[in-house]
Design a protein around this ligand. Structure first.
Ligand SMILES: Nc1ncnc2c1ncn2[C@@H]1O[C@H](COP(=O)(O)OP(=O)(O)OP(=O)(O)O)[C@@H](O)[C@H]1O
Ligand SMILES: [Mg+2]
Length: 377
């Protein structure tokens, strides 16, 4: 068998890939890039990237960034729409320096519609918001009458025969189960500004690991693969614990109680060049702290992949389907991203978070104040 040429490999890739040289000249473009820019490679190589992108496009800044830093940079949710490419073309852009050439950069674009299909779940605010409203309603309309029902069943229990007592117990148990569900939904409630500070993510992971090993993850081996030099993140301790309990619990449940070689790997890493464009502003937030939870369970069923972060989506008999929705909400509230790589035996949930700096702390405390005033208005 002959070795395929690198051109053939480039052209087989479903995503647009281009090599950008000095002065942003397009040196090379694969078939997907030709289709994306609606121009043949023959014409493309006479042009520069600036011909296609709007003036001052973040993608051009991204490429300059790669040149100066000599390291890869990714940026999520960049709007490259304009007169040439049409409006509302949102992409994730990944740029890497070309080895042994300080000017050339390899650029890969992933249009958001495809990205969405591939489960890069950026923010799930809409889904979370609908649960928030539902939560507030449930709390009032369900919890109070339920405590009445439970109380009445307990009263009946005293006078009931042992056969009937089974029924009153059933009422109490089921009422308790609903209260628990409502309490989980209530976690979505907007409880106003939360207390945040610098947090060592390893302390959180240690705590979650301990909880898991003494309970829901007793049957699996948990391996730690940490970068000890990781700087603190800016977050709320309890909420961060909640994120990783939910992810660890899902991983342990995916592996199942009978697996002999169940293993979960918790890892942390510092990744420069992970950035997210803030919604509704041109500001870009850097997300250098990556925490991953990987399990060697069977992977995620195809039909659930696109909606598994939505509330009430579950494949478990006793699942509420709120675990990942809550993860998405909290990660979003922390200004981060959660994404999933659903491969069997290597299912990975990756959380990317901003790092703590005095500036973020001051900035967000003023944000909190402005939120508060707008609520009072
Ligand atoms: N690590 C994983 N491996 C395989 N499937 C997973 C994994 N994590 C999540 N899933 C799938 O995503 C679904 C939704 O997860 P989610 O945590 O939101 O709810 P749940 O675990 O079913 O219920 P709850 O968390 O409320 O107990 C799960 O039912 C499962 O099918
Ligand atoms: Mg869960």
């Amino acid at each position: 068998m002959t070795q395929p040429t690198s051109d053939a490999v480039m052209n087989a890739l479903p995503l647009p890939v281009m090599t950008i040289g000095r002065d942003n000249a397009i040196l090379q473009a694969n078939s997907a890039a030709e289709a994306f820019l609606d121009t043949s490679e023959r014409v493309l190589i006479k042009k520069t990237l600036n011909d296609f992108l709007p003036f001052g496009s973040p993608v051009l800044a991204l490429i300059d960034d790669v040149r100066t830093r000599g390291a890869s940079v990714s940026e999520y949710r960049v709007d490259i729409g304009g007169p040439r490419l049409g409006l509302e073309r949102i992409v994730d852009a990944f740029a890497n320096p070309l080895a042994d050439d300080s000017e050339s950069v390899v650029l890969m674009l992933q249009e958001r519609t495809i990205a969405d299909k591939m489960n890069r779940q950026l923010t799930h605010r809409t889904a979370a918001r609908s649960v928030t409203a539902l939560g507030a309603m449930l709390a009032h309309e369900i919890k109070n009458p339920l405590s009445g029902i439970r109380g009445a069943a307990q009263l009946l229990e005293h006078a009931a025969s042992s056969e009937d007592r089974q029924l009153t117990r059933l009422i109490c148990d089921e009422a308790d189960r609903i209260v628990k569900l409502v309490e989980r939904v209530e976690l979505f409630g907007d409880s106003g500004p939360v207390d945040r500070g610098p947090i060592n993510i390893h302390v959180i992971l240690d705590h979650v690991k301990r909880l898991g090993q003494s309970g829901f993850a007793r049957h699996v081996r948990i391996v730690e693969n940490y970068d000890p030099s990781l700087p603190p993140i800016y977050g709320n301790r309890d909420q961060l614990v909640q994120i990783f309990i939910n992810l660890l619990k899902n991983a342990a449940e995916a592996i199942g109680p009978d697996a002999l070689e169940g293993e979960i790997v918790l890892s942390t890493a510092f990744r420069t060049g992970m950035r997210l464009q803030a919604r509704g502003s041109s500001e870009r937030i850097s997300l250098p702290i990556e925490v991953a939870v990987r399990d060697n369970g069977p992977g995620i069923p195809d039909e659930f992949i696109s909606e598994m972060f939505d509330p009430f989506v579950t494949t478990k008999e006793n699942g509420s389907g709120l675990g990942l929705a809550l993860v998405a909400k909290i990660v979003g509230d922390h200004g981060g991203i959660v994404e999933c790589d659903p491969a069997p035996r290597r299912t990975t949930f990756r959380v990317m978070l901003p790092m703590f700096s005095e500036k973020t702390a001051v900035q967000s405390s003023t944000d909190d104040v402005s939120n508060e005033t707008s609520v009072k208005d």
